[in-house]
Design a protein around this ligand. Sequence first.
Ligand code: HQG
Length: 181
Amino acid sequence: MSTDLVKAGKYISMLLRHRPEEAGVILDDHGWTDVEDLIKKVSPKYEITEEMLHQMAFAPDKQRYEFSEDGKKIRAVHGHSVKVDMEYETLTPPEILYHGTATRFLDSIMEQGLKKMSRQFVHLSEFTEQAESVGKRHGKLVILKVKAGDMHRDGIVFYKSVSGVWLTNNVPVKYLEVMGD
Ligand code: HQG
């Protein structure tokens, strides 16, 4: 993807997940907004087309947006801090999930557990490669193993986004293990 498309994608993710009001974008209760209207609202900053939105939605590293069946609406599939009801399905997670983070957060995480911070959920990865790229964004990488199977058997609910990202409300310390320790 071109640098401009990546930048436009980051801006659109910000609007669809965190601050729609910055460009006057209206999200409905389930996080959807009108595609044509979004293109118009983004146009002072980035000239984008519907085709470009599709390219950003299904980026090679990860799906980030989805389109309604008629193609007229778009929403982010994970990562929200705005309170929208994504109607995620509850699912049985794999035994182990991964969370990539920065070493500077480790003491706090091993004291308080993984918290959702500004987002609606804690985000977990099914594969270490994905956890690696998520963690690196924050600094020196450390990967945590999450005993998702044990959590699920203890009654903790998991959801999965269509992007393959697993979501839960928080991960208590007893289900965490630092990889490589
Ligand atoms: C850390 C992207 C101190 C947590 C990614 C993380 C992901 C704590 C940071 C998605 C803590 C929050 C989400 C505690 C958690 N003390 N630090 N108790 N609990 N943290 O960005 O998971 O690529 O909100 O480890 O790929 O990094 O944009 O969450 O480092 O799927 O589509 O607090 O966003 O999706 O950071 O990323 P974030 P995240 P896209």
